[in-house]
Design a protein around this ligand. Structure first.
Ligand code: FDA
Length: 402
């Protein structure tokens, strides 16, 4: 079979891969975009409940977890949330802002896919999907540095971009391909773990809480990191909801840093002093659970008091006991038994170690011409549009240089 040649081959036609291909194509590079999936950019399609939370107005390095925390700064400042907003405005896509600066499409995530596709067409990007990549070979040739062997024959290229994402949601095409390629070229991979993921609880805790499945309430959740004030949700298997997903990334990150795992801590009365509030009501004759029901879902307040043996009227607790209860309300430690895994995780923590990559171009320092973009790298954003912004910014950075 005749071998075709391209300036650039991008493997993975998701958010980062399409952004990179479009940017390089519009610079006049001859680009081929490959993906093994039958449907284009499924993760964008299902994101943000079908409306794609495509970026956030408050993008900054503090919203990312990585072993190399400053790595993201350069790319995020060269291609900002504002740049992406201008792109979608140019394509006439209407959007709205929700809490914490999160931006969503008004209509459908499909508009983002169509826009990226149109941008690729503007750059005359060629597509090959579904295509399985069998192997990658590095060659020493004046015109080419890599040969990509696919089920439809080999293609050679000067630059190769790996944009195959993380491991979450394997049923829509996630694969460890990018990590294998990194290893093939001697780049370390920070062991991947599911993140932004619902947490599971031990059978004993679950026995008390599972009957409350569906109950949702405002908390501040944290775990050796920032506190996230958003909803928590009790599920049949444990805890979910935005605040829990956020804290789950930090709970999982401890695997790299700590011998003693800190629990996830929930402040059940965010925004007030629990002690001050309990003391104000110290003389009340009603059950503590009834008092807590003023600020928590009633069934949850009762189950929580039962779980801790606090089943008395408020005025029968000594002040020292009320202070202990207040401390527990402000930092209720939950020790998860695990997570719901990649099937339910929004993203993957860990990935290709960024210490080996240029933060300006995403190129591997030791392997000229090899680039990694998007979630395949050890960069994991908070919930709220930060992961897509990383895909846009890193894809753009590589697209300008590859
Ligand atoms: P992405 O996963 O998008 O693309 C990788 C591509 O590589 C896929 O097309 C895949 O088929 C292809 N591929 C994989 N292995 C391959 C192989 N061996 N050969 C060829 N191709 C291969 N983020 C956010 O900011 N806002 C949001 O609203 C959401 N919502 C959301 C919902 C859900 C349910 C999930 C699972 C995730 C999100 N995210 C999100 C996270 C976001 O989707 C994610 O971070 C980006 O899609 C990452 O972009 P990438 O291009 O790096 O990978």
């Amino acid at each position: 079979m005749k071998q075709q040649h391209f300036d650039l081959v991008v493997i993975g036609a998701g958010a980062a891969g399409m952004m990179c291909a479009a940017t390089a194509g519009q610079r006049g590079r001859r680009v081929l975009l490959l993906d093994h999936a039958t449907r284009l950019a499924e993760k964008i399609r299902i994101s943000g409940g079908g409306r794609c939370n495509f970026t956030n107005r408050r993008v900054g390095a503090e919203h990312y977890l990585s072993r190399n925390p400053h790595f993201v700064r350069s790319a995020l400042s060269r291609y900002t949330a504002r740049d992406f907003i201008e792109l979608i405005e140019r394509h006439g896509i209407s959007y709205h802002e929700r809490d914490w600066g999160q931006l969503f499409c008004d209509d459908s995530a499909q508009q983002i896919i169509d826009m990226l596709r149109a941008e690729c067409e503007d750059g005359s990007v060629q597509w090959r999907m579904p295509t399985t990549v069998q192997s990658i070979e590095r060659i020493e040739d004046a015109a080419a540095r890599f040969v990509v062997h696919t089920e439809h024959g080999p293609v050679s290229c000067q630059s190769l971009v790996i944009a195959t994402g993380g491991l979450s949601i394997p049923k829509i095409g996630a694969s460890p391909f990018g990590y294998r390629i990194a290893e093939q070229f001697g780049l370390p991979v920070v062991p991947p773990r599911p993140a932004l993921v619902p947490l599971t609880l031990s059978p004993e805790t679950l026995a008390r809480l599972a009957p409350l499945a569906g109950a949702s309430f405002d908390v501040e959740a944290s775990c050796r990191g920032p506190a996230f004030r958003e909803a928590a949700l009790i599920t049949h298997r444990g805890l979910s909801g935005p605040s829990i997903l956020q804290a789950s990334s930090y709970w999982q990150a401890q695997a790299y840093e700590a011998d003693d795992w800190a629990p996830v801590s929930l402040n059940l009365l965010p925004g007030i002093s629990a002690e001050g509030w309990l003391m104000e009501h110290a003389g009340e004759r009603g059950l503590l659970a009834n008092l807590l029901s003023q600020r928590l879902p009633r069934r949850f307040a009762h189950a929580w008091c039962e779980l801790h043996g606090f089943e008395k009227p408020v005025n029968q607790f000594r002040h020292a006991e009320l202070r202990q209860i207040a401390a527990l309300l402000e930092a209720w430690p939950i020790t998860p038994s695990g997570t719901q895994g990649y099937a339910k995780a929004e993203v993957t923590l860990g990935g290709v170690d960024t210490h080996q990559l240029s933060s300006k171009t995403m190129e591997a320092r030791q392997v000229p011409g090899l680039y990694f973009v998007g979630e395949v790298m050890d960069v994991t954003g908070h919930l709220g549009g930060y992961n897509f912004q990383w895909a846009w910014s890193s894809g753009y950075a590589a697209g300008l240089h590859a």
